[in-house]
Design a protein around this ligand. Structure first.
Ligand code: HEM
Length: 162
């Protein structure tokens, strides 16, 4: 009898802390699962589409970018709503939203534009201005800049002194 009680005590003292320990692990897991996607932190598709629309409206007439004849020609040929649609879908998907991007790769879409480092920097400046105008918080701005930055190697194909 005494041995039984001792065994039970031993089991309880060993298993109980393990169980409470594993409870902590589960709690951490569910907190991780609940981590909110960038897409949701930005407010979802409606605000994303508004920011993208403003961004493209600011890019298209920009004199620095349109000094590049290939960009200028593409701007005249490609409808703004088409670009807005594709860029919105891309941002929605890349930030963890429910959209699927069906456009071309960044290399395919930009290779013929001879985009330089200077033109890239100009685009980033405009992008930052638009995010600031819409009061996108610092953390989300940083994450969006990192996402955009990850495409740079596929988009910038020319030297500034071309
Ligand atoms: C200096 C930077 C950039 C310039 C000047 C630029 C300009 C353009 C132009 C003119 C087009 C139309 C090309 C054509 O159809 O002939 C285009 C397409 C596109 N761009 Fe950019 N772009 C830049 C950076 C970016 C970045 C950073 C992204 C996204 C992260 C992006 C996403 C797209 C998408 C999704 C398309 C449409 C692809 C398709 O037609 O399938 N662009 N861009």
């Amino acid at each position: 009898m005494t041995t039984r009680i001792l065994k039970l005590w031993a089991i309880l003292t060993i298993v109980a802390p393990m169980a409470s320990g594993s409870h902590t692990v589960f709690a951490q897991d569910s907190a991780e699962e609940k981590q909110v996607s960038l897409y949701d932190r930005l407010g979802g598709l409606a605000p994303i589409s508004v920011v993208v629309s403003d961004f493209i409206d600011a890019l298209m007439p920009d004199a620095v970018l349109n000094a590049n004849p290939e960009i200028d020609a593409a701007r005249k040929r490609v409808p703004a709503p088409y670009l807005k649609y594709h860029v919105t879908a891309l941002v929605c998907q890349a930030t963890g939203g429910p959209c699927q991007y069906h456009g071309r790769t960044m290399k395919e879409a930009h290779g013929h534009l001879n985009i330089t480092e200077g033109e890239w920097d100009r685009m980033v400046t405009i992008f930052k201005e638009i995010l600031a105008k819409h009061k996108v918080p610092a953390k989300e701005t940083e994450e969006l800049l990192a996402l955009v930055g990850s495409t740079k190697a596929d988009i910038v194909v020319s030297k500034d002194d071309k």
